[in-house]
Design a protein. Structure first.
Ligand code: SF4
Length: 339
């Protein structure tokens, strides 16, 4: 079957002072039903703009080229009417900031009713409210019928994010884009929300694109991982390949910089990757990670002059593809190198 999300040759550029500057280049990735792809990278890596391009919610100065297909429909060339249908029925999005996703002037129940009826105006208010209450119950909000009458500010951050998830999923989208869905929450609530998303995904079979800067979140929620650096794919693979056999020095650095959630003592060794992120705008002809890469010096200038393209690093027992965009065939003992 066709993947729920299929991105091919996606590039996104911004018009800045008369010139087009690429912020995303040549992305190609797909997500199947029931799977979670995490898109991970630092701020400025292009992960959020990629998520927004799937809903075609780009700022006016930005434009996207290539192809994004959701449930078989092309997003980038769709007309407004088709887009509205896709946004309501096929794709939904959950953001970090639950307050801005909700109107302060309407009860939670009224907002979910609106979402239902926007998607299908033939549903009566009463039926829509019944579905809203059922959905609030499903996402773990206590006293759902009462809670439906409450306003966003009456909820805690965690409960509000549950309500946003209820609203996003009430029309059973084929794809959920979750952009830093737990970043604003404390660690315990984070884990609860990730577990909730996982159980809803199992129940509805939706595909999920999880956008995160946090490797710890990725480790607990993803099936597959796309690592972005300066707008390009640095590495793609199964969660296991990415964590156990990273092939790109940047991925290895991210992993080394991730505190283990289970061992408090590990936090003391938390170490950022040295250097500042490069944007595509400043990137030369070679690898944009070169100024921060501990291995660039070993490759005799090749990293600075020749762009590394994603190449196959093998596939695991289940046939999952593993690609990395690096001139090194094998990453030397990177754990040691990173310490
Ligand atoms: Fe480092 Fe060179 Fe690989 Fe880029 S291509 S990640 S600079 S070794």
């Amino acid at each position: 079957p066709e993947p729920v999300l299929q991105i091919e040759d996606l590039s996104i550029s911004f018009a800045l002072a008369g010139t087009d500057v690429d912020v995303v280049r040549d992305l190609a990735v797909s997500v199947e039903k029931g799977r979670t792809l995490a898109v991970v990278g630092e701020s400025g890596s292009g992960k959020t703009i990629t998520g927004r391009s799937i809903m075609r919610l780009l700022p006016p100065a930005a434009s996207a080229r290539g192809s994004i297909r959701v449930a078989g429909r092309e997003i980038l060339t769709a007309d407004e009417k088709t887009l509205r249908r896709i946004r309501g029925a096929d794709v939904a999005m959950v953001f970090q900031d639950s307050l801005s996703a909700l109107s302060p002037y309407l009860s939670i129940g009224a907002q979910i009713v609106q979402a239902v009826r926007l998607h299908d105006p033939s549903v009566s208010r009463r039926t829509a409210l019944a579905r809203a209450v059922e959905m609030l119950d499903r996402v773990g909000i206590p006293n759902p019928a009462d809670s439906a009458r409450r306003y966003p500010h009456e909820f805690s951050g965690g409960m509000r994010q549950r309500a946003v998830i209820a609203m996003a999923l009430v029309n059973r989208p084929a794809l959920l884009i979750a952009d830093e869905p737990t970043t604003a929450l404390d660690v315990t609530v984070q884990a609860q929300i990730l577990a909730l998303l996982r159980s809803l995904q199992d129940e509805y079979g939706m595909a999920m694109l999880l956008i995160s800067h946090d490797f710890g979140v990725v480790a607990s929620a993803a099936d597959d991982v796309l690592v972005l650096y300066a707008g390009r794919e640095a590495e793609y693979g199964s969660l296991r390949d990415i964590f156990e056999h990273p092939a790109h020095p940047y991925t290895a650095g991210l992993r080394a910089a991730t505190p283990r959630l289970d061992a408090e003592g590990e936090r003391a060794r938390l170490r950022a990757i040295p250097g500042v992120p490069t944007s595509l705008r400043d990137a030369g002809p070679g690898c944009s990670f070169a100024p921060r890469c501990a291995f660039a010096a070993q490759l005799g200038g090749r990293c600075e002059t020749e762009l590394p393209l994603p190449t196959l690093r093998g596939s695991d027992d289940a046939g999952a593809v593993h690609r990395a965009a690096c001139h090194l065939d094998r990453l030397p003992e990177l754990q040691e190198a990173a310490r």
